[in-house]
Design a protein around this ligand. Structure first.
Ligand SMILES: Cc1ncc(COP(=O)(O)O)c(C=O)c1O
Length: 383
């Protein structure tokens, strides 16, 4: 079955975070959601639920937990036991629960940088001490400087955070890299909180995603893995998420005040997630094809623009664009003035970068890249 990712869809007026912020003729390529309709099977499942018409409280669906377990086994040969699965409404609450409930107030967290801002804010909002551990460009990939990471570990360090695949850098960490990170965690008795929400948005075909907890039982026993169909299937406004936690003590602590502070996901989130995981692999493959072509376009165009640089994007639909050579004081503001809203790099840890979301219709992406070219031409001629 063919899927049309080129069809323009009006999102203004739908309470979209991405589209409501900037009125007028601004192309918004910031917040990480896509402009594509969710898969037909997801919409059909939600429609059936609407037609049923009763929206009372719900239990966590056992078949959704089973679908998650089946998926982890099929994609990663990772055997997850049913009681390891904790239902949560989103990955973000999972990051914050881990920092608040698994790290004592006098303990310390290691946070990679640049990184999706909630990894850092999980530490700061929980008032836990933390150290930013810079990722470095090595052979064109954003990876940990493992020596520096190990030097940043303190006697009170308790938690290592990981975003794999990496937002904003686009890295798919290799098994060998993950094994070295896991060895560091074991050596220093650290827990690992792995945000793996982008695990199924793999653009490089030869690079598999490896859940760090799947490496070995001793890694699993110190890990919290956060997963969700939200990103890959385009349902973050309607979906749900899961924490996979083998160690019963960690699981209890993580879930301690769950129902007091967090509401369950909605029945629509459960329906959407179940349909996505059971019925939408063909749609996902088609979407990945589309995103690969968008990624190639962005990489090609950015390479032609003076002052910009971009490491190869292995995964995600996000491009972490280095504007250091541009010399602009505020690169996000420069592009915004020319009609393209990108995420400011400061949000992820480096104001000299911008992040571009290419999960959109190609014609819109082409137009945005054109505008960026004009922005740079104007900036260069003004300097
Ligand atoms: C790495 C990462 N984690 C989590 C989220 C958000 O997760 P959720 O919508 O399930 O809370 C995002 C969204 O951009 C993300 O990029």
């Amino acid at each position: 079955m063919g899927f049309d990712f080129d069809a323009p869809i009006e999102r203004r007026g739908t309470w979209s975070t991405r589209w409501e912020r900037y009125p007028g003729d601004i192309i918004p390529l910031w917040v990480a959601d896509t402009d594509f309709r969710a898969p037909p099977a997801v919409r059909a499942a939600m429609r059936r639920r609407v037609d049923h018409g009763v929206f009372g409280y719900s239990v966590n669906p056992a078949e959704l937990r089973d679908a998650l377990i089946e998926r982890m086994a099929r994609l990663y040969r990772w055997r997850v036991e049913p009681d390891w699965v904790v239902f949560i409404p989103g990955v973000v609450p999972g990051l914050h629960l881990a920092a608040r409930h698994l790290v004592r107030p006098d303990e310390h967290i290691l946070v990679p940088t640049p990184v999706y801002h909630h990894l850092k804010s999980a530490a700061t909002r929980a008032a836990r001490a933390h150290t930013d551990v810079p990722l470095v460009l090595s052979s064109g990939r954003w990876v940990f400087d493992e020596e520096r990471l190990e030097k940043s570990i303190r006697p009170d360090s308790r938690l290592l955070e990981l975003c794999n695949p990496q937002n904003p850098g686009g890295t798919i960490f290799t098994r060998a890299e993950l094994e070295r990170l896991a060895a560091i965690a074991l050596r220093h008795d650290l827990l690992v909180c792995a945000d793996e929400i982008h695990a199924e948005i793999l653009l490089d075909r030869d690079k598999p995603h490896v859940p760090i907890a799947s490496l070995a039982p001793e890694v699993s026993r110190r890990s919290v893995t956060l997963v969700s169909p939200n990103k890959a299937f385009g349902i973050p406004g309607a979906g749900c998420a899961f924490a996979i936690i083998e160690a019963p003590g960690l699981r209890r602590a993580f879930s301690a005040d769950h129902h007091a502070t967090l509401h369950d996901a909605s029945v629509f989130g459960y329906e959407a997630a179940l349909a996505a995981w059971r019925e939408c692999d063909g749609w996902l493959a088609a979407q990945l094809e589309y995103l690969r072509a968008n990624r190639d376009l962005v990489e090609r165009e950015v390479a032609r623009l003076p002052g910009l640089a971009l490491a190869h994007v292995e995964a995600t639909y996000l491009a972490w664009i280095d504007c250091r050579a541009l010399g602009a004081k505020d690169p996000q503001a420069l592009f915004l003035e020319h009609g393209v809203a990108l995420s400011p790099g400061a949000q992820f840890g480096d104001p000299r970068f911008v992040r571009l979301n290419f999960g959109t219709q190609r014609s819109r992406l082409e137009q945005a890249l054109q505008r960026m070219q004009t922005a740079i031409r104007n900036a260069v001629s003004a300097s």
